[in-house]
Design a protein around this ligand. Sequence first.
Ligand code: AMP
Ligand code: MG
Length: 422
Amino acid sequence: MKQKRIRAESGCGGHGAPALSVEEARARITAVATPIGGSEKLALRSALGRILVEDVRSPIDVPAHTNSAMDGYALRSADLPAEGTTTLAVIGTAWAGRPFEGTVERGQCVRIMTGAPLPKGVDTVVMQEHVEQDGEAARIGSGHRAGQNVRPAGEDVAAGHVVLTAGKRLQPAELGLLASLGVAEVKVRRRLRVAFFSTGDELRSIGEVLRDGEVYDSNRYTLYGMLARLGVEIIDMGVVRDDRQATREAFVQAAEDADAIITSGGVSVGEADYVKETLDTIGQVDFWQIAIKPGRPLAFGRVSKALFFGLPGNPVSVMVTFYQFVEPALRRMMGEAHAEAVPTFRVRCATRLKKARGRTEFQRAVLERDADGQLVVRSTGAQGSGLLHSMSLANCFVVLPADLDVVEPGTVVEVQPFYGVI
Ligand code: AMP
Ligand code: MG
């Protein structure tokens, strides 16, 4: 990767300099995030959430046999009466998993159950409601069509056809689909290794007592949760003090162990000294100002072979920048073919929203139905970037474009839901 070094005072990294738009920052990041090498073969269950590295072709036809779509009577279409009725001899029964072995001749039929393979000689099934059986005689009326109620072999998937393409994330439907083809093992990309640490002298670990001016390191847990959900191998390096030696050692270790490094805190202008100083010597990293709220400062680049994301320290900023910039990049590194940010959709806003012009805001909100059953979105209230509670109350972001200032109740806004269906 060719990467310019931009100091915090210049380019899109400085005070007063034009900030990067959210789209531009995302595009720059995803442009350098490429799939890691390495793969492994896994048993189907273990492959849940993993990414295919090669296309999967079906080894068999699905269904494997031409079979009945109905409970009814299997017969030769030549025996269907054009008008009136005809009577055929019932010579046996075909069950799903227990086929009728003989051949059905003219004037004969076989009682057949849904999913049972079609016996030799027949091409048509008449549903049982349209047949009167009396002992071994079946009376069938007119109005039926040759070939009806028959599911041909390979109708769902034909042998040799690609059913899943490389880059697909294996979700429950894909596990089932592969099982339906009898596929027991799949080749998936190796797990992405992501190292992360928090920076700040004010941070304490849970279990410790807070002294004046100290806060618990919550980013460690939010980041753990977001990374665990993504299915990467997590290397949790804890808190690194605002100290030259400690910062350098942490980055060197992280770059040795991981494909990607994420830090929180220590990237604001004036604060970035140790982080920036270290990265200037062992990496190629840009310090950006992004026209986003929350999450304006962001460092991005490379430390040795690892991609580096330096997120701001505020807890909500961490989550917003992770979802908007880091997650799409990590998904690309994991080899996922469709790693775009979660799409937005348009919903009427029930509350008044305020923002400053000039930055895209990701406000925390609740998507729900009003008394008339219409989807509406309402704010969770105060939007400070330290108010992590707002993320917990919310089920979506309202994405407000940079040029907007006030949203009056009733206005349609873009909403990005937190969770997908699957
Ligand atoms: P910074 O980006 O380092 O200037 O931090 C901005 C704000 O986020 C400060 O109030 C920090 O105390 C807070 N902060 C930084 N890191 C964390 C963390 N790991 N957990 C909770 N709060 C943090
Ligand atoms: Mg700090």
